[in-house]
Design a protein around this ligand. Structure first.
Ligand code: 5MM
Length: 342
């Protein structure tokens, strides 16, 4: 087993998944403002530290994705944040892209104005060396793909897949595991078949580029969207249907060397994200470890509780621990709805 593959196994084996706590300051400000808390470096750390120091919650968290600000911060115990995460046997990771920026628009097609390309390749080699020194052993880069009548264009799919592959090869050179996150957004009125069709295309293009850039797939984690209907689609799908289409899409488009898949939640409710992951694992007949890398679906409830009373660390941790445990069960297909009310 290669060193990179060992890191993947440590992050995703034994009912573990990833806590995506890599909100950039802009996103974190929106989250904190929604609970009437001022977004300052101290407050961002306070909330995150509550999660990272939860004994119960961290039991099912094999890796935490950090933001640049957080990886440099020190917890109230005096431990550096990566050290705190390591102390639970979990692996510190870091978001290394610098965000999704608007593609140069096609003046003949207004619908394509929403397309983005994820930036951050300039100076990446040097930043990676620094993050390694700070304790990171895996990284994340998120490409964002929109669906509407004219999107996504071939250009956007290709440009983002190319950037993901260049990123991944540099990360492996720096001895870290790259998470490849090509997120097909669920915003829109498209149906589940359209999501399946676009996600298939995007994954095919990503793996074509990754092969081309000599990326060792055994030392990577894929962080995809589930196959879902758009949030404004009137034709809702059952969890069973979502699971079936998601497994079909993975089997058809993800090379079998990829050891682990950790889904993003993408705007699903906490329970939906757990239930869908559970259904996927119930019918998982692949060799992939299939787990979670959730941001909102692990943090929403805890954040809301903390907003009500910032001194109530115990219950904030309890709520986070519950989601972490439920998703741990879902990563082996052993979750049951009844457990949510216990
Ligand atoms: C946690 O949020 C991540 C960072 O977002 P911004 O760079 O936009 O601030 C985000 O990439 C996240 O890791 C993924 O979208 C998965 O999170 P969700 O909430 O979709 O599970």
């Amino acid at each position: 087993m290669s060193e990179l593959n060992k890191i993947v196994q440590k992050i995703l084996s034994n009912k573990k998944g990833i806590l995506a706590a890599d909100e950039s300051n802009g996103t974190m400000t929106k989250r904190l403002e929604s609970i009437n808390v001022k977004s300052s470096p101290e407050n961002r750390l306070k909330f995150r530290e509550i999660l990272f120091s939860s004994d119960e919650g961290m039991k099912n968290i094999g890796g935490v994705i950090l933001y640049d600000e957080t990886i440099r911060q020190t917890a109230s115990s005096g431990k550096k944040i990566p050290e705190l995460i390591n102390s639970f046997g979990s692996v510190p990771g870091i978001k290394v892209d610098t965000g999704a920026k608007r593609m140069v628009p096609d003046p003949t097609n207004a619908q394509r104005m929403i397309e983005t390309i994820t930036e951050g390749l300039d100076g990446l080699r040097e930043r990676l060396a620094e993050y390694y020194e700070l304790g990171a052993r895996f990284t994340k880069w998120r490409a964002v793909i929109n669906i509407n009548k004219s999107c996504p264009s071939e250009l956007t799919i290709n440009a983002n897949a190319h950037a993901l592959a260049r990123y991944a090869s540099l990360v492996q050179e720096a001895k870290m595991v790259p998470i490849i996150e090509p997120e097909v957004l669920m915003n829109g009125d498209h149906n589940i078949n359209k999501c399946y069709e676009v996600t298939s295309k995007v994954l095919q293009e990503c793996y074509r580029e990754l092969k081309f850039h000599n990326v060792d797939l055994k030392g990577t984690i894929l962080k995809p969207n589930m196959i879902l209907p758009g949030d404004k689609c009137s034709d809702k799908s059952s969890s069973q249907q979502i699971a079936k289409m998601t497994i079909k899409c993975l089997k058809e488009n993800v090379p079998s060397e990829v050891p682990g898949i950790a889904f993003l939640s993408g705007g699903q409710s906490e329970i939906e994200a757990t239930q869908n992951l559970n259904e996927i694992n119930k019918i998982n007949d692949t060799n992939f470890i299939i787990s979670f890398s959730y941001g909102r679906a692990l943090q929403q409830g805890a954040l809301k509780n903390w907003g009500k009373d910032q001194k109530d660390i115990l219950n904030t941790q309890k709520i986070f621990s519950k989601r972490s445990k439920m998703n741990g069960l879902a990563s082996t297909g052993k979750w049951l709805k009844e457990l949510e009310t216990e």
